[in-house]
Design a protein around this ligand. Structure first.
Ligand code: BEZ
Length: 190
């Protein structure tokens, strides 16, 4: 397994900043088990969420990996999530938690108002698992992805819970996400 912890600690895009906006698009939306100063619904433009990253250490095992969220580039799309304003030292434990292929990337993000409209923008940070990391699984028929998720379990719990919690959180945000809601539908048959 590639361990990205040390690589991420060199990726100091916000050196000298007192606080950083971290954009969560996966488990960070519904599982913020870190200290944050503020959180705001937000989106990033030019990206779509996909269950294309293997999880060998959280929602699956090396023998039977689960699948978790990453992002792919999609020029005209937006991906909704939750932005957290954090102190820079909060990133070190997240680098360890997300060490299976995720790298810090700097992205522009747009905050949402209570009516669901985009308001002001800021630079933020995401953890991205790109298609060249060894844990990347990529695309597969939706029913096969759902079946893999239904069968996978790891130290952080059933893979199913990750997907269901994410779908619930996205509905609460009023977010559209065809891939996630179609997968949730497929999962209900297993
Ligand atoms: C996220 O929720 O944004 C996330 C969580 C873990 C790894 C990568 C991204």
């Amino acid at each position: 397994m590639l361990d990205t912890t040390a690589l991420n600690q060199q990726r100091n895009f916000f050196e000298g900043h007192a606080a950083i906006w971290l954009f969560g698009y996966g488990s960070l939306i519904w599982k913020a088990d870190f200290a944050y100063l503020e959180r705001r619904p937000a989106y990033i433009h030019g990206w779509e969420r996909r269950f294309w990253q293997g999880s060998h250490d959280h929602r699956g095992t090396p023998e039977a990996p689960g699948r978790v969220a990453t992002l792919i580039r999609a020029k005209d799309s937006i991906c909704h999530g939750m932005a957290y304003r954090i102190a820079p030292e909060v990133l070190a434990p997240l680098d360890v938690r997300e060490k299976n292929g995720y790298l810090r990337e700097k992205v522009p993000l747009t905050f949402m108002d209570e009516k669901g409209n985009g308001t002001e923008q800021s630079e933020g940070l995401i953890y991205l698992a790109s298609d060249d990391n060894p844990a990347f699984l990529g695309d597969a028929p939706l029913d096969e992805i759902a079946q893999q998720i239904a069968n996978a379990h790891g130290p952080s719990g059933p893979n199913r819970d990750y997907l269901v919690n994410l779908a619930v959180a996205l509905r609460e945000l009023g977010a559209k996400d065809a891939h996630i809601f179609a997968l949730e539908q497929q999962l209900s048959q297993f």
